[in-house]
Design a protein around this ligand. Structure first.
Ligand code: 1GP
Length: 240
């Protein structure tokens, strides 16, 4: 297993570089439309392509990733909502522990199920803390995982949780409002986490404009993830 991806993200953090990732949800993007989307991604600032979702209705992960890879060399990272969202066609996997919740299946249960399968792949496995932050209304991620997000007005809880994840050996910290979040992760919360951990921070959920993107970077995100806004407007990336 290489550590190419995590080294690149850590280096970006150390050099105050900002990374941008796009989240592609196989339920929302048909195989036939992938080439068109990827052409837009290739001419933009995208550094990583994340693939996954809290709940997938389409069982075509391998085919989806192979189709993506036909048109781009941008690394593809699995962003799995559960243990069945595994594919050896990707470059790496965010091996997420849902630390904001108290559901053992999302803290370690799914990981045990999938670990022997992951060992048989060449995927770069990136241990990551995943913190859902309350974002206005209940998200699919929160409902499906049967967990409560961290209250958005309690940055100190997010900070303590992120710190615990780093102490457990996680290499990345993902602060997520959830897909289509009404309210984005608050800047004060990102800032407090940034001041207290060394890990690169990923921020996502509800980011729709360049201004919002810059706000997340300014608060301390090394990588920002955009999903829904690009699903709704394929021209979005030309304005970022
Ligand atoms: C969701 O952070 C990602 O897990 C992206 O969120 O779809 O709201 O951009 P959006």
């Amino acid at each position: 297993m290489t550590d190419k991806i995590i080294s690149h993200i850590q280096q970006a953090k150390n050099n105050n570089q900002q990374l941008l990732a796009i989240l592609l949800d196989p339920d929302k993007l048909a195989l036939k439309d992938i080439s068109d989307r990827i052409l837009k991604i290739n001419t933009s600032k995208i550094d990583y392509i994340l693939v996954g979702g809290s709940l997938l209705f389409t069982n075509n992960l391998d085919a989806f990733i192979l189709e993506v890879k036909k048109y781009t060399t941008i690394p593809v990272l699995l962003f799995p909502g559960n243990a069945i969202q595994i594919s050896d066609k990707a470059d790496g996997i965010l091996f997420l522990s849902l630390l904001s919740g108290r559901n053992p299946e999302y803290l370690v249960g799914n990981h045990v199920i999938v670990a022997p399968l992951l060992k048989q792949t060449n995927l770069e496995i990136i241990a990551s803390s995943y913190l859902l932050i309350e974002s206005g209304r209940e998200t699919t991620a929160s409902y499906i995982s049967n967990t409560k997000p961290i209250p958005r007005h309690k940055p100190e809880i997010a900070m303590a949780t992120a710190l615990a994840g780093e102490m457990m050996g996680h290499k990345l910290t993902y602060l997520d409002g959830g897909s289509g979040a009404q309210k984005r992760v608050p800047s004060e919360l990102i800032q407090l986490v940034r001041e207290n951990i060394q890990n690169p921070i990923i921020v996502g959920g509800g980011i729709r404009s360049n201004e919002q993107l810059q706000t997340a970077y300014k608060a301390g995100a090394t990588m920002v993830v955009i999903g829904t806004a690009f699903e709704n407007d394929s021209e979005l990336l030309t304005n970022l």
